[in-house]
Design a protein around this ligand. Structure first.
Ligand code: AMP
Length: 570
């Protein structure tokens, strides 16, 4: 194997530039306490695969794979990748893959080859992939040719001709130009000796996976997830939920998100559970999979999806009794939805909070409704630490008061990758991550738990996809007819929030519509899910007393307009 047997450039030693490591004494404490175990993420996954070889690891509507077969494919992919491409251990590879088995195989295969997956989405445009690939230094791209309208191969050609990536691996469609077929990698890798794969020699303190946080116009926010801490994140979740053989976890959201990896893929495969991967979050698909696979846990249901489940009459006819843990999260849960899930579908929800930077909270299964309906519970690790600080200060607020949620612990990053400027603002001097979320600490039934009460970061949470306002605003400002813009969240019954663009137009310009602005932004390479879904033209933007755009005024304005439109006679 050409690139396999070489000693890995990641085999220990100094931390790479731009990576903020955990302080040595802290890492020592995490190891001494048994949270971290000095092994790499792929080593942990492989150990679990050997232990549970005959169990079912993965179910999709297309196939079922045992641990033995899944990891045999992943090892073949890894070996093929190192043999038949110019990629090396330590390289990063962009992912543009949906919820299909090939995604799981190639993700695991990259880890086993010592190659770092970058968890981009198939919805991302050429510009977004280019910016992120350059930021992390990615050289490869794995794409799903039949995703969406089949646009990804064309995007990949552009990325190769623009010198952004050197290697393209194509799944589920014909190869083109110099791209390599997924099936060929598996075939080539099958004849190699998996014992030569480099993952055992990697440094567990180095980057295993890159997760995304911010937008792509300014300096990107990329969360470097390190082998030991990322594996621990998943183990802590699996332990907290009591996962093991016999657990069947159905996951309905994009699996390459941090949430997909940390509450579904890793914890399932590290604990001997079965992961059922839904190809989409359509209610029909989910109900079919629930009937066919009888999952006992759905580890993340965004409120938006819960609403659709409640609305579909088929939900009431489907036997949901296998689901013991129905965990809602990703967005603020309106109380009414929790109550209707109980009343209409007999579902007793739990809530969770989590983020790409780390820190997960979940409500205990047996907690009172006061805890399960009103809070996101408590952190999943005993070593997680939380401060609720007055925004822009290091002063803690009293219990019950709203402040910024600041977190630190054995799976929360200590800094964004190659982003000193962000890190100076986003972390306290003691290494707590300032989440930009507003929260309160409560003591209910003798239990300390937390509620999420809004946010100070300028983000729109659209059915758990995050839209960073500054990214969209910067692209809108490139439109010749726009003099100023503010993108704000408008409430939406289905998705929780959608983006509304308040535009100040240049004198004499024709009004822009959702369609015309959308067309312009798509041409700028913005992903479709980030497009503004309403446009309001205003003579000027309201300013706060420190001269910043008063987005709260705009959010209130659009919320009132929407309410008035619903009750036109009021
Ligand atoms: P991501 O990094 O994409 O997983 O998004 C993390 C962000 O989603 C958090 O910082 C919150 O703003 C939001 N979030 C996640 N879970 C919840 C929740 N249960 N309630 C409210 N907001 C949430």
């Amino acid at each position: 194997m050409s690139n396999i047997a070489v000693s890995s450039p990641l085999g220990g030693g100094a931390f790479e530039a731009g990576l903020v490591p955990y302080p040595e004494d802290v890492a020592g404490e995490y190891r001494a306490a048994g949270y971290w175990n000095g092994r790499t993420l792929p080593s942990e996954l492989k150990t679990a695969a050997l232990e549970h070889a005959d169990q079912t690891a993965l179910i999709t509507p297309e196939l079922t794979l045992s641990y033995r077969d899944l990891f045999a494919d992943a090892e073949s992919f890894a070996a093929g990748l190192l043999e038949a491409t110019s990629l090396w251990p330590g390289d990063a590879v962009m992912f543009q893959m949906g919820n299909v088995a090939e995604t799981v195989v190639s993700y695991l295969g990259c880890l086993m080859a010592g190659i770092r997956p970058v968890c981009t989405l198939p919805q991302h445009g050429v510009r977004e992939i280019s910016v992120l690939a350059r930021h992390v230094g990615a050289r490869g791209l794995i794409l799903q040719a039949d995703f969406g309208h089949g646009q990804l191969p064309d995007h990949a050609r552009e990325l190769v001709s623009g010198g952004v990536v050197d290697e393209v691996i194509v799944t589920r469609g014909p190869v083109f130009d110099s791209a390599v077929a997924y099936a060929d990698l598996l075939r080539i890798g099958t004849s190699m000796d998996p014992a030569e794969l480099p993952y055992r020699t990697l440094d567990p303190g180095q980057v295993a996976v890159f997760q995304l946080s911010g937008g792509t116009t300014g300096l990107p926010k990329v969360a470097p997830r390190l082998h030991e801490e990322y594996a621990y994140n998943a183990c802590a979740w699996a332990n907290k939920l009591g996962w093991g053989r016999g657990t069947v976890a159905l996951y309905p959201l994009p699996i390459m998100h941090n949430a997909g990896i940390s509450v579904a893929l890793h914890p399932a495969l590290l604990s001997g559970a079965t992961l059922v991967l839904a190809p989409s979050a359509s209610i029909g698909t989910l109900l079919d999979l629930i009937e066919a696979t009888r999952p006992n846990v759905i580890p993340l249901v965004p409120p938006a999806l819960a609403v659709r489940l409640l609305k579909d009459p088929r939900s009431r006819e489907t036997d949901l009794s296998s689901i013991k843990d129905f965990i809602v999260g990703g967005q603020k849960l309106p109380l009414e939805i929790a109550e209707r899930l109980r009343e209409v579908l007999g579902i007793k929800i739990r809530q969770k909070f989590g983020m790409a930077e780390g820190m997960f909270m979940v409500t205990p299964p047996d907690a009172s409704e006061q805890v399960r309906h009103h809070t996101v519970g408590a952190p999943i690790s005993p070593a997680d630490e939380i401060l609720i600080l007055q925004p822009d200060s290091d002063i803690e607020v009293a219990d019950g008061e709203v402040g910024e949620l600041c977190v630190r612990g054995p799976y929360t990053i200590r800094g964004y990758y190659r982003a000193e400027r962000h890190n100076a603002e986003a972390f306290t001097a003691e290494g707590f991550y300032r989440t930009g979320d507003l929260a309160r600490r409560h003591v209910i039934d003798d239990m300390t738990c937390y509620s999420i009460d809004g946010r100070i970061k300028d983000v729109i949470n659209r059915g758990v996809e995050k839209i960073h306002a500054d990214e969209v605003e910067e692209l809108i400002m490139r439109h010749p007819d726009v003099a100023n813009v503010a993108l704000v969240a408008m409430p939406d019954e289905v998705l929780g929030e959608r983006g509304c663009a308040y535009l100040v137009l240049e004198t004499g310009a024709q009004p822009l519509t959702v369609e015309s602005l959308g067309g312009f932004l798509l041409a700028q390479g913005l992903a479709k899910y980030k497009l503004p879904e309403r446009v309001e033209s205003v003579p000027s933007l309201p300013l706060s007393n420190v001269g910043k755009v008063a987005k709260k005024v705009l959010r209130d304005d659009i919320a009132h307009k929407l309410a008035d439109e619903l009750t036109p006679d009021a």
